[in-house]
Design a protein. Structure first.
Length: 388
């Protein structure tokens, strides 16, 4: 027993020595909000509504550990393990399991850049937040219109890719670049490239100006639908469909390509921003669409801002979804107040209207849908964010 205690003490000292050589940081965000949403419904149906709490309305709630170890000659090992939390319900560490946002390890050099392997952000994740008046909040038009269109150019899980290898350049006088390849590792087909993803991003940030360019491609796609479920409006009762009728469960050999350009400029009295993105879907769905947005952030008082955002989703279908050729428009007005460097209060109102041949978009701050094609919906959100 005595020998076991000595061995344990030696092991603990060795572990402590190894830990001291590594710079490790525990970090996270706790974000929760009250949301009320109400929408109009087609004739013969009750108007849908939602009232309740939701986690991660402004920033996704998360818990992470990141660190680095100097290896000499300017080279260091880096890692990040970051997991999403739903703090309004019993889901988080030690309960329903962890939802990985990022988990990767790699090598980094100030002169040569960083190579990393694991689940990582595609270039669009940061780019869309850079040029968004609500910083990628779930109630911002660019966020939820792109999300509900099934695009990967958005600041959510669609732009976090598994099995990914990335290269991120150093900062060259304000310019940085990023390349990513995500191995599909599909068990459905024998093709090693099925469901692979490729992306390129370029950012220029200097003084008040920020510009982002992004290209992302889903290759040799194996898929079933643009969204898990959607509602076909018409003579009641309306029909909720899982998947897309008439589309085979598996189709391969076609790509889905997306492009994005966004920019912002800070005039001090107001920061303006805008973005345009397009998706060219070569699969049987032919879910082509374009999303554009404009926004402004206006400083008021000493630690508060007014946020204004407008966006539109336009469909252009010729294939299986040829009836989906309408559009959805959305606008949001928000207010944020920073109580400290780490704590923020926020509130916002979001309005969305949908053509009859649209997908029926709605703010994703509402966990239970109130959006119908051909109808209008509204939501109000008020919450608090703490960063640590």
């Amino acid at each position: 027993m005595h020998k076991k205690l000595i061995a344990l003490a030696v092991a603990s000292l060795a572990a402590g020595s190894a830990f001291a050589q590594t710079n490790v940081t525990l970090y996270g965000i706790a974000d929760i909000a009250y949301v009320y949403g109400k929408g109009n419904a087609p004739r013969g149906m009750d108007d849908p509504s939602f009232s309740g709490l939701t986690s991660g309305a402004f920033y996704g709630s998360r818990l992470g550990v990141k660190g680095s170890e100097a290896l000499g000659n300017g080279l260091k090992a880096v890692f990040t393990l970051e997991y999403g939390l739903d703090i309004d319900v019993n889901e988080g560490v030690g309960t329903g399991g962890l939802n990985a946002r990022q988990q990767f390890v790699g090598l980094s050099s100030d002169k040569l850049g960083t190579i990393a392997l694991g689940r990582q952000y595609a270039p669009a994740f940061v780019a869309t937040a850079n040029n968004d008046a609500m910083e990628g909040a779930t109630f911002d038009p660019q966020y939820f219109l792109s999300s509900e269109a099934g695009n990967t150019i958005v600041a959510n899980s669609a732009a976090r890719w598994d099995n990914a290898v990335t290269y991120t350049s150093p900062n060259w006088s304000g310019f940085t670049g990023k390349a990513i390849y995500s191995f599909g590792e599909s068990s459905v087909t024998k093709s090693t490239s099925a469901n692979g993803k490729f992306g390129l991003g370029a950012n220029y940030s200097s003084g008040p100006l920020n510009v982002d360019l992004v290209y992302q491609s889903r290759q040799n796609v194996v898929a079933t639908a643009i969204a898990p479920t959607f509602t076909v409006a018409g003579t009641p009762p309306n029909t909720t469909i899982t998947g897309v009728p008439g589309v085979p469960a598996i189709y391969t050999g076609k790509n889905i390509d997306e492009g994005y350009i966004g920019a912002s400029y800070d005039f001090k009295v107001v920061k303006i921003m805008g973005s345009y993105q397009a998706k060219n879907d070569k699969t049987a769905l032919d879910a082509d669409n374009q999303v554009w947005s404009l926004g402004a952030v206006i400083p008021v008082l000493s630690a508060s801002n007014v946020h204004i955002s407008y966006g539109e989703l336009d469909w252009d279908q010729d294939g299986t979804l040829s009836a989906l050729n309408g559009n959805s428009q959305a606008a949001a007005l928000g207010w944020t107040t920073n109580l400290s460097k780490r704590t923020r209060l926020y509130t916002a109102y979001t309005w969305t209207t949908n053509d009859r041949d649209s997908i029926g978009a709605q703010s994703e701050a509402m966990p239970y849908g109130v959006g119908y094609p051909g109808e209008t919906n509204n939501s109000v959100v008020a919450g608090i964010t703490h960063v640590f």
